[in-house]
Design a protein around this ligand. Structure first.
Ligand SMILES: N[C@@H](CCC(=O)N[C@@H](CS)C(=O)NCC(=O)O)C(=O)O
Length: 219
C-alpha cells in the first residue's frame, strides 16, 4: 500500500496519525502542495480532484481522508465493529467534514491564510471572515457541549478515527491563533490527543508552518 500525502496537509495528518497509532507499515510519497505537485498530470491521473491524501492498495485507488481512515482502521480499535459505535463515528466524521471544517477550516482559516480563499475586496473579505467566525462558534459550542460533554473521547473511553480527524481539523485554527479556551471540553480533549506520541510523530512540519506564518514579517 502507498499513501500520497503532504505532511502539512490537514486531511493527510489525520491519516498519518492513524498509521502511527496502529503501527501500519506502508509506502509513502510526498506530494508538495506548495510546489503545486498535486496538479502534475501523473498525480491528476491518480486523483482528478488534485488533492491529498490518496491511498493506493494494488490497483485500488481511494481518495477522501475520511474514507481512507475508515479503510485503514477497519480491523483496529480506532474503528470498533459494533454497528452503533461505528455509526456514531461515521456521524461525527460527516459532521466534522460538512459542518465544522466548512466554517472553521475553509471559512475562517483558509480565507486568512491561503490566497485562493481570500477576497480582494476588503469589505467582502471582512464579511466572509465575520460570518465564518459566527458559524464556527456554533459548531464549537455543539462539539463542546454535546459531543465532548461525556469525554474523554468522542465515542467511548478510547480514541477513534473521528477523534483523530476532529482534533486535526479543530487545531487547524492554530494557524490563525484561534482561541479554544471558551470551550473547556474541547480544550481538554485536544490536550489529551496532543499528548499522544502519534501527534508529535506527525506534527513537526505543521508546527514549522504555523510558526513561520505567525512570525511578524521583518520590515
Ligand atoms: N475532501 C477531501 C479534501 C482533500 C483536500 O482538499 N486536501 C487538501 C490538503 S488538506 C489539498 O490537497 N488541497 C490541494 C488543493 O485543493 O489545491 C478529503 O477530505 O480528503
Amino acid at each position: 500500500m502507498k499513501l500520497h500525502h503532504d505532511p502539512v496537509s490537514t486531511t493527510s495528518r489525520a491519516v498519518l496519525m492513524l498509521i502511527e497509532e496502529i503501527g501500519l507499515s506502508l509506502d509513502t510519497a510526498i506530494v508538495d502542495l506548495f510546489e503545486g505537485e498535486h496538479r502534475a498530470p501523473a498525480f491528476a491521473a491518480l486523483n482528478p480532484n488534485c488533492a491529498v491524501p490518496v491511498l493506493e492498495d494494488g490497483d485500488f485507488v481511494l481518495t477522501e481522508g475520511s474514507a481512507i481512515l475508515k479503510y485503514l482502521a477497519d480491523a483496529s480499535d480506532f474503528y470498533p465493529r459494533d454497528p452503533k459505535v461505528r455509526a456514531r463515528i461515521n456521524q461525527l466524521m460527516d459532521w466534522f467534514n460538512t459542518g465544522l471544517y466548512r466554517d472553521l477550516g475553509y471559512g475562517l482559516v483558509y480565507s486568512q491564510t491561503l490566497p485562493e480563499y481570500m477576497y480582494e475586496d476588503p469589505t467582502v473579505q471582512a464579511a466572509t471572515v465575520r460570518r465564518a467566525e459566527v458559524r464556527a462558534r456554533r459548531w464549537m459550542e455543539i462539539l463542546d457541549r454535546e459531543y465532548l460533554a461525556q469525554g474523554p473521547y468522542l465515542a467511548g473511553a478510547t480514541p477513534n478515527i473521528a477523534d483523530l480527524m476532529g482534533a486535526v481539523y479543530v487545531t487547524l485554527g492554530d494557524w490563525i491563533g484561534y482561541d479554544v479556551s471558551p470551550y473547556p471540553n474541547v480544550d481538554r480533549w485536544l490536550e489529551t490527543i496532543r499528548a499522544r506520541p502519534s501527534w508529535s510523530a506527525v506534527h513537526g512540519p505543521w508546527d514549522v508552518l504555523v510558526a513561520a506564518f505567525r512570525q511578524p514579517i521583518a520590515a
